[in-house]
Design a binder for this molecule. Structure first.
Ligand SMILES: [Zn+2]
Length: 229
């Protein structure tokens, strides 16, 4: 579930592939996977908008190679020299077809690195728009992803009216992980951890403040949910 903490190996096992690249379109033909880098010194300028409901994900640069010594100085490519679409091109095409009403939104699962080998699952998103933006003398791709509640059955068509979900910013996750020393605040467990909203959204809680987010193990998370309901 969203905001769970998992190991790199668990993440790859879940997605059935060795995740190396940041953008992975159409895994298994059912959904896509992106790896986020929202940290202050991150190489891409991903951002959260719309009060936390929307993620704006930046496309990927030209690989650094013989043909391109400085990827930050050239436009992000839509196609390979062969004419095949890059990952930017594939996500862009899907988003454009959704915007034009031709296809339901591509489902995208996002993960972000908390520390080496430790990742946080950011939950399910719907890819609903994409465009190019100019900045620093070049053009980059942007992708609009709406955070949605729940996991959705990948065998079923994408829901046209999903329940929207708020994202916990990476800066908050990193600060909470550090404060709680990577342990459940109730019992000190270091496995099956989850970033928990102390006061849930439905009761007026916020995820923007680290004061309202804590680390809980699955057992204490379930105990707490039972109490709230
Ligand atoms: Zn616990």
């Amino acid at each position: 579930m969203a905001d769970n903490i998992i190991s790199y190996i668990e993440m790859c096992a879940r997605e059935g592939t060795n995740l190396q690249a940041g953008m992975n379109f159409g895994l298994g033909g059912t959904h896509s996977v992106i790896l986020l880098s929202l940290r202050p010194n991150a190489p891409y300028h991903d951002r959260i908008e719309d009060g936390g409901f929307t993620l704006i994900y930046e496309g990927h640069d030209h690989p650094k190679n013989r043909m391109c010594a400085n990827p930050k100085a050239v436009d992000q490519p839509e196609f390979f020299p062969s004419g095949r679409p890059t990952q930017n091109g594939r996500f862009y095409k899907a988003a454009t077809e959704t915007k034009d009403g031709k296809l339901p939104p591509e489902r995208v699962r996002a993960y972000e690195k908390i520390k080496p080998g430790i990742w946080s699952y950011n939950g399910m998103f719907h890819l609903i728009d994409s465009w190019r933006e100019r900045g620093d003398g070049r053009s980059v791709f942007k992708f609009r992803l709406e955070a949605v509640e729940g996991e959705e059955d990948l065998a079923m068509p994408t829901s046209a009216s999903p329940v929207r979900r708020r994202i916990i910013p990476t800066s908050v996750k990193l600060a909470v992980w550090k404060r709680d020393a990577g342990r459940c605040v109730q019992c000190g467990a270091t496995d099956e951890l989850h970033f928990d909203h102390d006061l849930p959204w439905s009761k007026g809680g916020t995820s923007i403040s680290i004061d309202n987010v804590q680390l809980l193990c699955m057992r204490h998370n379930l105990k707490k949910s039972a109490k709230i309901i």
